[in-house]
Design a binder for this molecule. Structure first.
Ligand code: DGL
Length: 267
């Protein structure tokens, strides 16, 4: 079992930020990534659709690559599909909500936490639920930021346009005197500098990538950590656009050469 790869998926390429963290934490593991680039965004879709998409992807990862565990790097799928997927599949399936919530309660001092994410993630209430479980007295202020994903996709992560949009969305959270902002979406870590600039130095900006990688490591202690492998892996997508390489580079910080397009609907 331990020599099998780990599957990681997201609605697109944003989940590569989680891959980066896992590569650092578990350098010997072989990682299989699936980015649902044909069906992104998930953030504005209904729970039924998110569950169906997640199921197809996990079926694909298991049947094609025999993965030993799956990391749902997408916040929207973690929010809506994780419980259902855990019931349906036998292998360990990890989401990003719990690790993200943990990262936030670790750094807050005044227990006032802002959570930003897609419409779907915010509407699900998954982050406040998890934060309250860990820190019952926390006050959580959530806000969907639907324009952040297209900004990041277009590479507009800094400058006047990005700053204006970030200001608009953060205004109500900053008014509530949050001392921590949790980036509850795979794309938002790329906007971190701009978010930090708008929020000011006193506000801590956290995301779930590093904590997810650590949680995965702890879970694999039970199921089998690869100790002899050389890392590496493979990337699958459901659509291979002209801009794929540029986007992948932006999220992963290095280029990707092995990539295969898959017709995911058949799984
Ligand atoms: N990957 C999604 C998430 O983390 C963001 C992009 C989308 O809307 O699909 O929620």
């Amino acid at each position: 079992m331990k020599h099998r790869p780990i599957g990681i998926f997201d609605s697109g390429l944003g989940g590569l930020t989680v891959v980066k963290a896992i590569q650092k934490e578990l350098p010997r593991e072989r990682l299989i990534y699936f980015g649902d680039t044909a069906r992104i965004p998930y953030g504005n879709k209904s729970p039924d659709t998110i569950i169906r998409y997640s199921r197809q992807i996990i079926r694909f990862l298991i049947s094609r690559e025999k993965v030993k565990a799956v990391v749902v790097a997408c916040n929207t799928s973690s929010a809506w599909a994780l419980d259902e997927m855990r019931k349906e599949f036998k292998i360990p399936i990890l989401g990003v909500i719990k690790p993200g919530a943990y990262a936030a309660i670790e750094v807050t001092r005044n227990r006032r936490i802002g959570v930003i994410g897609t419409e779907g993630t915010v509407f699900s209430g998954a982050y406040p639920r998890e934060i309250h479980r860990l820190m019952p007295k926390a006050k959580v202020f959530s806000r969907p930021c639907p324009l952040f994903v297209p900004l990041v996709e277009e590479g507009k992560i800094a400058g006047p346009v990005a700053e204006a949009v970030v200001k608009e969305y953060l205004k109500p959270l900053l008014k509530e005197k949050v001392d921590t902002i949790l980036l509850g979406c795979t794309h938002y870590p790329l906007l971190k500098k701009t978010i930090q600039k708008v929020a000011g130095k006193k506000v801590k900006i956290v995301d779930s990538a590093d904590e997810t990688a650590r949680t995965l490591h702890r879970n694999l202690e039970i199921y089998g950590v690869e100790l002899a492998g050389n890392g590496g892996g493979k990337y699958y997508v459901s659509d291979l656009s002209r801009k794929f390489k540029e986007h992948a580079q932006r999220f992963l910080g290095k280029s990707i050469n092995r990539v295969e397009k898959i017709f995911i609907e058949k799984y």
